[in-house]
Design a protein around this ligand. Structure first.
Ligand SMILES: [Zn+2]
Length: 228
């Protein structure tokens, strides 16, 4: 049942009243950043349309373009490892919760969340690999640098970190993502990585290893909706 039919059914059987809906209006207005007068006029409806329209998928080509596209939030170090405090106003305006087909909720930038949900479902279905753990928005810097991680912009995600480490191997075995690539290639399906790469998403596994500099054996767990 879609949301409108669901609401109609509840109004008909009296479980939802006009008073309840009227109370939601100022709440939504505050979320949208318009005047919370409780009267949903042109300003509110326009802001609602802008906030809910699904933007086309755009992958900024490099770091500079990504900061411009996702909004370059100000931040300060917290003093705890790589964690940073991100500008609250930017976070409130841009980071949203999205539900993956597995039921798990992830926090991502409003410009990528819906695409993430659709690509993630396609990737799991086609490849037969459904990650158990998915880490998305985390306000932090890139290890050993003063540069904001793409996770802090809400446009990156890591899958099953322990099974997909730097260097592409767990002991002598390939990482789960590389095993999935080999299996899918053998029977002509798209792998988990391939589905995202076909959409233009960058896979960290193609990068150089950070210490031995070996090309193509980088950050297996990591994907980002941005170039480098
Ligand atoms: Zn990552």
């Amino acid at each position: 049942m879609d949301a409108i039919a669901w609401i109609k059914a509840r109004i008909e059987d009296g479980r939802l009243t006009v008073d309840d809906l009227a109370r939601l209006v100022p709440f939504a207005q505050r979320e949208l950043g318009v005047s919370d007068d409780g009267k949903p006029g042109k300003g509110t409806l326009g802001a609602l349309e802008a906030a809910t329209a699904a933007p086309a998928l755009k992958i900024p080509r490099n770091r500079k373009a990504a900061l411009k596209y996702y909004g370059n939030p100000s931040w300060t170090k917290t003093g705890k490892g790589r964690a940073v405090d991100i500008d609250d106003a930017w976070e409130h305006a841009n980071i949203r919760s999205f539900r993956l087909h597995t039921g798990k909720r992830v926090r991502m930038h409003r410009l990528v969340g819906d695409h993430m949900v659709a690509l993630f479902e396609a990737a799991c279905t086609e490849s037969g690999y459904t990650p158990k753990s998915v880490q998305t928005y985390v306000p932090r810097v890139i290890g050993g640098t003063d540069r904001l991680s793409m996770h802090a912009l809400g446009c990156a995600f890591d899958v099953d970190p322990r099974r997909n480490p730097w260097g592409g191997k767990v002991g002598n075995e390939l990482s789960d993502l590389r095993k999935n690539m080999a299996e899918c290639e053998a029977d002509g399906r798209r792998s988990f990585v391939q589905v995202f790469e076909d959409a233009g998403v960058i896979w960290g596994g193609r990068w150089r290893h950070p210490t031995n500099r070996r090309p193509g054996w980088g950050d297996d767990m990591h994907f980002q909706f941005a170039g480098v």
